[in-house]
Design a protein around this ligand. Structure first.
Ligand SMILES: Cc1ncc(COP(=O)(O)O)c(C=O)c1O
Length: 448
């Protein structure tokens, strides 16, 4: 253990790993108890948008909690929750205006659970009780609770719990670099979207309630955006089959990709959007489910009662944090800054692309990924045991840069990438530091 770690009573993520104690943050930097500074290129798993250490967010939370910290949602609503819901709907795709609603949770997994149950109950309200399955995609992640795991296609994260989770069906991802059909865009005619159609024809479409997917796949594929035409075809297939379409924007929502929601890059209007992470920039645990007006109407005309709830849903202090973060994003025009900051970061890291083991540098806005391959021509990955992504993470850490590594990029087992999702306030010189650390890491890991 280093001096920055300590004896622990915490059931931490890895019981044999010593963790430094985070004590302070500022902008894109985190400082540990020994005074060591880290450049947060990962945004702590794509959470931190406005940067670390913004004191006014804490003040807004303290002010709310000094007035009323908690009131149960069976008995009250709160001003910050009402206000934040209206603000989130105002930046959502147009179909959420005029009657959309927001269900606040304490994070992304709860948002996924909520959406699964909301989709199910929508079909009970509309007298289609046979519809309950939520089809999703291979190579995806929607959260760690059992319902969210059941729709996730992340092989490694699902494996230990496989006997405990239902299998409702997983179709192909949209991932051109390792196209599951060995086709090339645009000649492929988005065969990956048609895989949903094929699946529904073969697997009792009348029992399906919803299709759930990430418009830009984050943790599992390392920032792989949908191609043009994909979301339109998905919307068409879902409409034809009478099923809801849910966009998981837990990672991509609230500005991360350069638009308030990534769906808007393609003019895509889902029935339900999940968001989390950046909505409170890590200052409070907060997630949200955006519900389109036609779903709200169905509930209003039906039982008007959603058979679901969490004690801490729409928490006044968490939503106060969300409003303060929103104020900060607006005051500093940070939504508008993501696209140029993303371009600058991309330019800095693009120099890696010529390395023989860097397969692709990709992404959208400030959600970017670097994939490592054994053979650049065949795109063959390294064997799993080589542990490339973790080695890259450790080598970058020598230079104080924090990365989010991922393994299983190709098939859930083989394939390595790192994800970059820094705070929106990243400066060009910090992008250069990230690029330098990555160049060093690549040089070290692939030296032999
Ligand atoms: C796309 C996506 N959905 C859902 C989740 C789960 O969110 P949480 O970890 O806040 O429960 C994540 C977390 O990484 C995510 O990236």
């Amino acid at each position: 253990m280093t001096s920055a770690t300590h004896a622990t009573s915490l059931f931490s993520r890895h019981l044999r790993k010593p963790y430094p104690v985070a004590v302070r943050g500022q902008g894109c930097w985190i400082v540990d108890a020994s005074g060591r500074r880290y450049l947060d290129a990962s945004g702590q798993a794509a959470v931190v948008s406005i940067g670390h250490g913004i004191a006014e967010i804490g003040r807004a939370m303290a002010e709310q909690s000094s007035k009323i910290a908690f009131a149960h949602t069976t008995q009250f609503v709160s001003e910050p929750a009402e206000k934040l819901a209206a603000r989130v709907l105002a930046i959502a795709p147009a179909n959420f205006r005029n009657g959309g609603r927001v269900y606040f949770t304490s994070g992304g997994s709860e948002a996924t659970e909520t959406a699964i149950k909301l989709a199910r109950q929508y079909f009970l309200e509309t007298k289609q009780p046979l519809r309950y399955r939520v089809v999703s995609r291979k190579q995806s992640y929607h959260g760690s609770t059992l319902g969210a795991m059941s729709v996730s296609g992340n092989v490694g994260r699902r494996a230990p719990y496989a006997p405990m989770i239902p299998e409702w069906g997983h179709v192909a991802p949209c991932f051109c670099y390792h196209c599951p059909f060995d086709k090339t865009y645009p000649g492929c005619n988005v065969a990956c979207a048609d895989d949903l159609d094929k699946f529904l024809r073969a697997n009792d479409a009348s029992s399906v309630a919803a299709f759930l997917f990430e418009p830009v796949v984050g943790a599992t594929l390392g920032a792989a955006p949908a191609v043009d035409g994909y979301t339109a075809r998905i919307a068409e297939i879902c409409r034809q089959n009478g099923i809801l379409v849910i966009a998981d924007e837990v990672m991509t929502g609230m500005g991360r990709t350069g638009k308030p929601f990534a769906s808007s890059h393609w003019g895509f209007e889902p029935d339900i959007i999940l968001t989390g992470k950046g909505i409170a920039s890590g200052y409070a645990p907060l997630g949200a489910v955006l519900v389109a007006p036609h779903i709200v109407d169905a509930f209003e005309r039906g039982t008007a009662t959603f058979m679901h709830g969490f004690t801490y849903q729409a928490h006044p202090v968490a939503t106060a944090a969300g409003n303060a973060v929103f104020d900060y994003l607006e005051a500093h025009q940070l939504f508008e800054g993501v696209a140029p900051a993303g371009e600058s970061l991309y330019k800095a890291i693009a120099k890696l692309a010529s390395h023989p083991h860097v397969g692709q540098v990709r992404g959208l806005g400030l959600l970017q990924g670097v994939e490592f391959v054994k053979d650049k021509n065949t795109r063959e990955p390294f064997p799993k045991d080589a542990g490339i992504a973790e080695k890259i993470r450790l080598a970058a850490l020598e230079n104080g840069v924090l990365l989010y590594p991922g393994q299983g990029t190709v098939d859930g087992s083989r394939g390595d990438h790192i994800l970059l999702a820094p705070p929106f306030v990243i400066k060009p010189e910090e992008g250069e530091l990230i690029a330098d650390a990555l160049c060093y890491a690549v040089g070290k890991v692939f030296a032999a």
